[in-house]
Design a protein around this ligand. Structure first.
Ligand SMILES: O=C(O)CCC(=O)C(=O)O
Ligand SMILES: [Fe+2]
Length: 241
């Protein structure tokens, strides 16, 4: 059953079991049958982790949207259809007074092997729209959100396999998110973080420590490219990847 987890950060929520285990297996098979880039393979040969780009190609080096890559393959369209069916896009758009044109037109698939993570960053506000969606497959991991001006204002969320994290509003614009390189992480499931749903109603899990053994993780991040996009000087300084 789909479980929606609200967090204490404005605009950050997680939907668990967004896809089934069979759908996850099927997605992995399809993704692995396609070409990965990174680790010396263009485009983005300098990347230390493997990625696949759909919709548009993104250059990490030039921080720029490059070529249009044509229409999405079926496995991406299937997920976008689910965003629509489950009112994820509509709901968000209603909240932020936007409209349906914000259906994602770009998807980047990231592969993190054990020992790989992503540096704290804010997805470029001058390239990408107000909603960032990321579906996690395989290994769980923690994602840390740190306020860009107040480092002590932070929150850690657990991204379980098959969960969808939705970043909008303050969590998308005012915070940096990151994933550590740690091989083992600990998630403290306390009840102080206003996450009434965080334990899915299972009181046994309250105030307990969950050990996360990191292994291969694949994420699919969906974004909408904004018109007239270009990186601002300030953003150039951000060490994103
Ligand atoms: O792996 C993820 O879930 C997030 C990736 C990410 O933050 C990014 O590519 O900007
Ligand atoms: Fe990001």
């Amino acid at each position: 059953m789909v479980k929606k987890i609200e967090t204490s950060l404005d605009g950050l929520c997680i939907i668990e079991d967004f896809i089934t285990k069979d759908e996850e297996k099927d997605l992995i098979k399809k993704i692995d049958s396609n070409e990965w880039c990174g680790l010396g393979i263009p485009p983005n040969p300098e990347m230390k982790r493997r990625t696949q780009h759909y919709g548009y190609e993104f250059s990490y080096r030039y921080r720029k949207i490059m070529n249009h890559l044509g229409s999405f393959p079926d496995f991406i369209n299937f997920l976008i259809q689910r965003f629509i069916n489950q009112n994820i896009i509509n709901n968000i758009n209603n909240n932020i007074n936007d409209n349906i044109k914000d259906i994602p037109n770009m998807c980047i698939i990231n592969e993190y092997m054990a020992g790989q993570g992503i540096m704290p960053h804010t997805d470029s506000p001058s390239l990408f729209g107000p909603v960032i969606l990321s579906l996690s497959l395989l290994s769980p991991c923690l994602m840390k959100f740190e306020h860009k001006d107040f480092a002590d204002k932070s929150e850690v969320v657990l991204l379980r396999p098959r969960s969808l994290v939705i970043m909008t509003k303050s969590s998308r614009y005012d915070y940096k998110h990151s994933i550590s390189k740690d091989l083992i992480e600990y998630f403290f499931n306390n009840s102080n973080n206003n996450n009434d749903n965080y334990n899915g109603g299972n009181d046994n899990q309250l105030n307990c420590r969950e050990e996360i053994i990191r292994s291969r993780r694949i994420s699919l991040t969906f974004r909408t490219i904004i018109e007239n996009n270009s990186y601002s000087e300030q953003e150039q300084e951000q060490q994103e990847y």
